[in-house]
Ligand binder design. Structure first.
Ligand code: LMR
Length: 344
């Protein structure tokens, strides 16, 4: 409430500035808004659950810095990382209530509100991050993600975490049958449940901040995640084996509370959109680089590493066909048919 009062006051100042400035400049913010009181600025509270030293953590900080710099302090992005403000299960409700204005959840965590979005979770659906981007930005990809609008969510971008790998403390996973009987932590997505069910493994859904504990307590034997998430939380220190499988995509949709977004002046929306576009490109590149770095790093750790060959992957992919059948049967044909691998 207080914040919206602040924004109204701000709009008044903003409109005066716009009238004053439009004759000489557009979409520039030459006034030093640092002079404004805190309550007069636009404040965007941005909550996420991973560490600062991950692609998402770094992109969130870069976004905040660029917004501050290019709006001369008019807009302040407050970043809350590591689930310190809200955990996985809480951040969406907080966004709906307007307690925060921006989140960047893993796509798998949006499948309870738009189940078809789990097309991104399908095993071996994409061969590269470029393929993911192409799909997400295609007409059909945008139709799919825009379904979130019905839930008062504006999709303002896609950030990568990368491709997931599988680690565990019981045995090396070389053949898919090695997963049989293992208890694996997953994100909440029926497609991920189905994936492990098909391989005769058990699954347990937990939020990200408790993954360390469930691995440490032995409540699960292993989990799947990207190398930057695994290393940033020292999760590899609790596991004996890791398989570089690159079997599934993990990425984030950048979401704003739509009512909040619509309450922003057009110039502010435009500035945020431009910055988000720039940060997205930067983040995509960063993810590729960090993933390679973390792979080198993990090779020197006390964890046994196995890499699936291209042949192995084809075998896994074939075994996992029932997951695709499940998606077609329960969700939709067209989102799956549009995947790059079905295009040629
Ligand atoms: C997870 O829960 O494993 C990930 O979604 C965490 C994240 O946001 O990358």
């Amino acid at each position: 409430m207080k914040q919206f009062t602040g924004i109204s006051a701000l709009y008044f100042i903003f409109f005066l500035s716009v009238i004053f400035l439009t004759s000489c400049q557009s979409t520039e913010y030459p006034v030093d808004y640092e002079q404004l009181g805190k309550e007069e600025r636009i404040v965007i509270r941005f909550s996420h659950v991973v560490g600062e030293d991950t692609p998402k953590g770094m992109a969130a900080r870069k976004f905040a810095e660029l917004v501050k710099e290019r709006s001369n302090g008019l807009i302040e992005v407050q970043v809350f990382s590591n689930g310190t403000l809200y955990k996985d299960g809480e951040e969406m409700n907080a966004l709906s209530r307007g307690d925060i204005q921006m989140i960047a959840p893993a796509i798998s965590k949006l499948t309870d509100i738009v189940p078809e979005i789990s097309v991104f979770d399908l095993p071996f659906a994409f061969n590269s991050l470029d393929e993911v981007h192409e799909y997400a930005l295609s007409d059909i990809g945008e139709k799919l993600t825009n379904r979130l609008k019905n839930h008062n969510l504006l999709v303002a971008g896609l950030w990568d975490s990368g491709f997931k790998q599988i680690s565990n403390s019981i045995r090396p996973i070389e053949h898919y049958s090695d997963l049989e009987g293992l208890r694996i932590r997953i994100m909440p997505s029926d497609i991920l449940t189905k994936q492990y069910e098909t391989l005769n493994a058990e699954t347990k859904r937990t939020d990200f901040v408790t993954v360390f504990n469930v691995l440490q307590n032995g409540n699960v034997d292993g989990h799947e995640n990207t190398l930057t998430n695994i290393t940033s939380k020292n999760l590899y220190s609790l596991q004996n084996y890791i398989t570089i499988s690159n079997h599934g995509y993990l990425g984030y949709l950048i979401l704003f509370n739509y009512d909040f977004w619509n309450s922003l002046p057009e110039d502010v929306q435009q500035l945020l959109t431009e910055i988000l576009q720039e940060v997205q490109e930067w983040e995509w590149q960063l993810t590729k680089e960090m993933d390679q770095e973390k792979l080198q790093e993990i090779q020197h750790c006390a964890i046994q590493l196995h890499t699936l060959s291209e042949e192995d992957k084809l075998e896994w992919e074939e075994k996992l066909q029932p997951v695709y059948d499940y998606y077609r049967e329960h969700y939709s044909e067209r989102f799956i048919d549009a995947l790059p691998k079905f295009q040629n």
